[in-house]
Design a binder for this molecule. Structure first.
Ligand code: HSE
Length: 403
């Protein structure tokens, strides 16, 4: 019998309890022993719930109990999640978390503490919810040099962009509808501004290259400026618009960003719609691989957390997750990274000539939208594009191309 504690009985924490109780037999078979939830830590009361009698408000009950082998951290946020997880690892307990903020900010240190104490710090659910991606990257893609990781890493924004494309709706209208349906938070900033995806691509990139990527250094742009008209142009390019977190290697340096990009129909990420997530990985031997599934939600996320709990029980006293070191991963200056750009400009006297004289060789686009003109540039650096953009009056928008 292995005894565990769940810290935080919110959406994911209650899902973890549900998965452990509903799948108890099959989980016991796979873990090699039965799992008992001894404590649930939460400051709230849950009268009539299945955890009523194991609820505690005292973290010390858990960290000081030698019977607890593994803790699940589903509180979210950095504090006190960081202090609690670190104390549990130092007390010789394994920790499994769904908390991407915690992993992106303190993953290097917590991995080190786990190693020093011969326990495991696991975080499968922190990226892609229920999609197995952390363990495959750590255990299965080990023969390859990873050349690129590009993911649709946020379900909320993927849902919003899908509805904008399909219904021709405005961002604000779809956001409101998504909030009413419970797909988007009342405070949607972390999702729509790309901060959530930024932490996830930081984790994947750290894992791929073995050094800590500082998420604050990743260029991050959200979807709030995308409009229904942008999708009309996208369709004409045989493309759609997706918020991606992406990293790849240029001249030995990592280029990373989170931004809405135009993705053409021949890209496997093109068909990833609604709240689904997908992570495309290119290895130098493997070629292309894509991991697809539910990137959010109570039970898919809880399923990934419980898979980590099983992993800790199967590997008692063996540290299986090397993860990444505290050495800093150098990123290429984002201004030096190159791509093509789609640009919309307000129509004015002589504007086409001006665009051609500044940008040179362009692909003009005419979708019959009154009062504006649009074009696609050749490949150029962000710096060069920004310098040229400054010379064009009335820029409405610009979106990066992934092709
Ligand atoms: N808000 C996140 C999303 C939840 O929409 O994908 C999962 O991290």
């Amino acid at each position: 019998m292995s005894k565990v504690a769940v810290m935080g009985y919110g959406t994911v924490g209650s899902g973890v309890v549900e998965v452990l109780l509903n799948n108890r037999e099959v989980i016991a078979k796979r873990a090699g022993e039965d799992i008992e939830i001894k404590y649930v830590l939460d400051l709230r009361e849950f009268p009539g719930s299945p955890i009523e009698n194991i609820l505690t408000k005292e973290f010390n009950d858990i960290v000081n109990d030698p019977e607890i082998e593994t803790v699940v951290e589903t509180m979210g946020g950095l504090h006190p999640a960081y202090e609690f997880v670190k104390a549990c690892l130092e007390a010789g307990k394994n920790a499994c978390t769904s908390n991407k903020e915690l992993v992106a900010k303190h993953g290097d240190e917590l991995l080190k503490v786990a190693k020093e104490h011969n326990v495991n710090f696991l975080f499968e659910a922190s990226v892609g919810g229920g999609i197995p991606i952390i363990r495959p990257m750590k255990s299965s893609l080990t023969a390859d040099v990873i050349e690129e990781i590009t993911g649709i890493l946020n379900g909320t924004t993927n849902y919003i962009l899908t509805k904008m494309r399909d219904n021709g709706s405005a961002f604000e209208d779809v956001l409101k509808e998504a909030q009413d349906l419970g797909y988007a938070e009342r405070n949607p900033e972390a999702d729509v501004e790309g901060y959530d995806a930024c932490r996830k691509i930081a984790i994947l990139t750290s894992l791929a290259y073995g050094k800590k990527v500082d998420f604050e250094e990743i260029y991050t742009e959200g979807i709030t400026k995308i409009t229904a008209e942008d999708f009309i142009y996208a369709k004409n390019l045989d493309a759609t618009i997706k918020l991606v977190g992406t990293s790849h290697i240029v001249d030995g340096k990592v280029v990373a960003m989170v931004a809405p990009v135009l993705i053409r129909s021949d890209n496997p990420l093109y068909s990833v719609d609604d709240v689904f997530n997908a992570i495309y990985v290119r290895g130098n031997m493997l070629g292309d691989a894509m991991f697809y599934g539910k990137g959010a939600g109570k039970l898919p996320t809880a399923s990934a957390v419980v898979s980590d709990v099983i992993e800790t029980i199967k590997h008692k006293g063996i540290n299986v997750m090397s993860g990444w070191s505290s050495d800093k991963q150098e990123l290429l200056d984002f201004a030096d990274s190159s791509r093509r750009f789609f640009v919309r400009v307000k129509e004015s006297e002589g504007i086409v000539e001006k665009i051609m004289s500044v940008f040179g060789n362009i692909e003009p686009m005419d979708m019959g939208i009154a009062g504006e003109c649009a074009f696609v540039t050749t490949e150029m650096s962000e710096k060069e594009f920004n310098e040229k953009k400054e010379q064009i009056p009335g820029i409405i928008t610009r979106i990066r191309l992934s092709f």
